[in-house]
Design a protein around this ligand. Structure first.
Ligand SMILES: [Fe+2]
Length: 170
């Protein structure tokens, strides 16, 4: 990360970090959703991946408008969340329990992105970057929608399926 002197510097560095977070998430999702049984969760995953692709393009657009390179600054927070998901994938012996854990991890990712997009929208607005503010707002709304959809799915079926599973370990 380069030295930060003012709000425009902070803004563009945070855009780069979120750009990386979206890309990290996109490649991790392919691994995390490999052994999913719930069709509903698979469908939602497909939708999230499609929107993430759009989020990546929008952030590239923002970086171009800022005259910044599409530089990756690895997002350590996203890496931690991805590792949490990969650990679950390695250690959960039952798909139903893994799915409940996976939904919670993806929701943590969405909450992280909601916080980041929310801040960036506020910064862009303060910096009078009207076009950029509108671009970022679109992604913010989509992240919020996915979070709500994940909550709905967990409440409707995923958590109950995990609860119903009783395993006798002798
Ligand atoms: Fe995203």
């Amino acid at each position: 990360m380069k030295k930060i002197y003012d709000l425009p510097d902070l803004f563009s560095e945070q855009v780069k970090e979120l750009y990386s977070a979206e890309k990290q998430q996109q490649s991790a999702f392919k691994k995390l959703f490999k052994k999913i049984g719930s069709e509903e969760l698979q469908e939602l995953n497909k939708k999230i991946i499609e929107k993430n692709e759009l989020h990546i393009k929008r952030l590239e657009d923002v970086l171009e408008k800022l005259g910044e390179p599409k530089k990756i600054i690895e997002c350590k927070a996203m890496k931690e969340l991805i590792d949490r998901g990969l650990n679950l994938s390695k250690n959960c012996e039952n798909i139903e329990v893994y799915e409940a854990g996976l939904v919670s991890v993806v929701q943590c990712m969405k909450h992280f992105e909601i916080a980041d997009y929310g801040t960036l929208v506020a910064f862009a607005d303060l910096l009078n970057q009207k076009e950029i503010t509108e671009i970022l707002k679109k992604s913010l709304v989509e992240e919020e929608t996915h979070d709500k959809e994940l909550t709905g799915l967990a409440d409707r079926s995923i958590n109950d399926r995990a609860k119903l599973l009783v395993v006798n370990v002798d």
